[in-house]
Write a protein that binds this ligand. Structure first.
Ligand code: G6P
Length: 284
């Protein structure tokens, strides 16, 4: 197939773009500035998207790569969990095809302010869809004071069985167990996920690899500009309490998130810019 096809449609009034090129298919939502799907040709879907996801104003879409910004997690001062970028309406600023045939989209939130936040920033997400998926989030402080930014490209991966997979690349790293009062541990060997897992790995920009024996593939997650990795799965009990996750839905999902943790927030000076990015590829 030559070139890129991009078509727009609505899911319950939310505008999404369907992209198809020589390498892959992808779906991107302008609500949240969020990749919802990425599927290289001949490959199973790489990202998990909840069949019960809610598409509506003010709601976060469960799955794909939500952009958590300008804070990650709950915030002592209040405001929505994981910030407001994932519930904002982004603009499609540029679209094009790169020399190698990959599709490039640039989404933007030009002047980003919120009642619960005293900062002011511009935000752009560059999405490159090729054999690999690359997502880069670039922010610039356009206010007059320094702002502390924590964030995540909160990536939900599609897996055959969460209890059968393992995540390589975090051995020896310190983590806080968010499911157990932030107790600190050091990761021994690869990460396996049984029951609720919510871990914040600190000071690591290492590449992680999801080994999925059921789908007979490895998903390689490279990252830059981020000093932390979150590994999350709600487990059976919590999933049952989540209206936008089917009871058994947790089994096919694993989040490995490229993050800046609140404790290690970026101090962004006026006019300063910062980029975090993740690059996802599949190996057989
Ligand atoms: O339900 P959400 O606000 O989307 O958050 C979903 C999850 O995100 C991250 O992975 C956090 O580490 C978890 O503590 C949180 O439960």
């Amino acid at each position: 197939m030559e070139g890129t096809q991009i078509t727009q449609r609505l899911i319950n009034k939310i505008a999404v773009l369907d992209i198809e090129n020589a390498f892959a298919r992808a779906v991107v939502s302008l609500h949240g500035g969020q990749v919802l799907s990425f599927q290289p040709h001949g490959e199973e879907k790489v990202l998990w998207l909840s069949p019960d996801a809610v598409y509506g104003e003010g709601k976060a879409i469960r799955g794909g790569i939500p952009v958590c910004w300008p804070w990650f997690s709950k915030r002592a001062e209040g405001g929505p969990n994981h910030g407001f970028a994932r519930t904002s309406l982004w603009r499609l600023k540029e679209q094009g095809t790169l020399e190698g045939g990959e599709t490039r989209l640039l989404l933007s939130l030009p002047e980003t302010t919120h009642a619960a936040w005293d900062g002011s920033a511009s935000l752009e997400t560059e999405i490159i869809i090729g054999k690999e998926l690359k997502v880069s989030l670039t922010m610039q402080n356009i206010g007059e004071k320094t702002v502390a930014i924590s964030q995540a490209l909160h990536t939900y991966f599609n897996v055959s069985d969460v209890e059968a997979i393992s995540v390589e690349g975090l051995a020896g790293r310190r983590y806080l167990d968010e499911a157990d009062n932030q107790k600190a541990w050091v990761q021994q060997g690869d990460v396996t996920l049984k029951g609720e897992v919510d871990r914040a790995y600190l000071n690591t920009s290492d590449t992680c690899t999801i080994i999925d024996p059921g789908l007979k593939r490895r998903i390689v997650i490279r990252k830059s500009g981020s000093n932390g990795t979150i590994v999350w799965n709600p487990g059976a009990e919590l999933a049952q309490q989540m209206a936008d996750v089917p009871d058994e839905g947790y089994r096919n999902m694993a989040c490995v998130e490229t993050a800046t943790l609140p404790a290690l927030a970026v101090q962004l000076e006026p006019q300063e810019t910062h980029t975090i990015s993740t690059c996802i590829s599949v190996l057989r």
